[in-house]
Design a protein around this ligand. Structure first.
Ligand code: ZN
Length: 215
């Protein structure tokens, strides 16, 4: 699906979205495990070759976002970036907290060979990054061309936003604080990892309804 010019949401990744920013040669997230070939096939239908992809940016370490990171790193030669607080979990240097420990065992995400913190040299300067801790310690959202890639701050179902179940969040208080800061980010359209895009005008009042008394 074409979000805006040169910004694609790949439909093949199953549960969570994978986005591709053509001018930045950047993938955002990589979907559930074992979808790597399908991701490359869908990119190929858009005229994008594996070697066109220069960077893979992960919103956070969860298995449905990092599932094909190693496969895509190897096939594309891209550099991988993630928020520094999520690096130990992605690289299996620390056990994912709570239920996520078992998801990792069950779904078996292979860590990338190399991964840099998002602030490292080599990352895109056109994509603005915001540290939004709460769902995970190193969760980030990305802003590019007015489109905000919001990761797992919330889901969008139809015309509603839904909270991520609290057992899936690392720190609910920090998450509410991160969400309250969204109004300061100059986006016009938000793309969550789960659900459809929504305009700023529709999103901000819904956020106020759900989290307003906490912010
Ligand atoms: Zn998540």
């Amino acid at each position: 699906m074409n979000i805006t010019e040169g910004v694609y949401s790949l439909d093949c990744a199953g549960y969570g979205h994978v986005f591709y920013l053509e001018d930045e040669q950047a993938l955002i997230d990589t979907g559930l495990p074992n979808k790597g070939n399908r991701i490359l096939q869908e990119l190929s239908c858009l005229g994008i070759k594996p070697e066109d992809i220069r960077r893979i940016l992960l919103t956070h370490h969860d298995v449905d976002h990092a599932g094909n990171v190693r496969f895509l790193e190897e096939k594309t030669g891209a550099e991988v970036f993630i928020g520094k607080e999520d690096l130990p979990y992605l690289m299996n240097q620390a056990a994912r907290p709570g239920i996520k420990k078992y998801l990792q065992k069950f779904l078996h995400v292979v860590p990338p060979k190399y991964c840099k913190p998002l602030e490292a040299p080599g990352n895109s300067v056109a994509i603005q990054m915001y540290h939004t801790p709460g769902h995970t310690p190193g969760h980030h959202v990305f802003l590019y061309g007015g489109v905000l890639f919001a990761g797992d701050l919330f889901r969008i179902e139809g015309t509603h936003i839904k909270k991520i179940p609290s057992r899936m969040n690392w720190n609910g208080e920090l998450l509410a604080n991160s969400i309250s800061l969204l109004k300061k980010i100059p986006f016009t359209l938000v793309c969550p990892s789960h659900g459809n895009p929504m305009t700023r005008e529709k999103l901000l009042p819904l956020i106020e309804q759900l989290w307003g008394n906490q912010s």
